[in-house]
Ligand binder design. Sequence first.
Ligand SMILES: C[S@@+](CC[C@H](N)C(=O)[O-])C[C@H]1O[C@@H](n2cnc3c(N)ncnc32)[C@H](O)[C@@H]1O
Length: 189
Amino acid sequence: MIRELKEIAIRDHVPILSDDGLELVFALIRDNEVETVLEIGTAIGYSAISMASLGVSVDTIERADDMIVEAEKHVRTYDTNHMVRLIYADALTYEELNGTYDMIFIDAAKAQYRRLFEKYEKHLNPRGIIVCDNLRFHDLKPENVSRHTRQLLKKIALFKTFLREHDGFETTFFDHVGDGMSVSRRRLS
Ligand SMILES: C[S@@+](CC[C@H](N)C(=O)[O-])C[C@H]1O[C@@H](n2cnc3c(N)ncnc32)[C@H](O)[C@@H]1O
């Protein structure tokens, strides 16, 4: 099931969480007894449906209409226990979220990570974790990329500094998992 979705993503050139990234997420779900997840960046639903297959409920936000159409199709086919709720919105401007979650998984536009982290941390349960992917950004080097990509690399570097220096959260970086992942949990006061 997960393999079928992965093949669709590869065929259609949709970027999805890597195998080792998914393994880390699965381990985090088990080790932290996660029951509820908020995902930002659904794409075609691969990671959301994969997480839901462990029995957790997943609310996932996607802003691209072509992606949400595909995700809807895949949720209907593969999410047989109805654990995934798709939210068609731009997460930066979405204001209708009421719930709190055990895990927030940010896998969206890289330039927005800090704003997304700050906007959604209030939706994290006290012992919850915030997981981010793409912090290595395919190991691109500033000297070999366009000006736009250089700006993105700079924003990612700034976001990592923001995480490192955050007073409220303690972050562990998994540089060689996925495309560079981080796991942040609230510091105990
Ligand atoms: C890397 S893909 C997500 C992959 C997915 N999590 C998986 O592993 O199967 C990133 C997705 O985030 C969406 N996205 C980017 N910025 C967003 C935002 N501000 N709000 C909602 N979706 C966003 C993009 O449209 C894209 O489909």
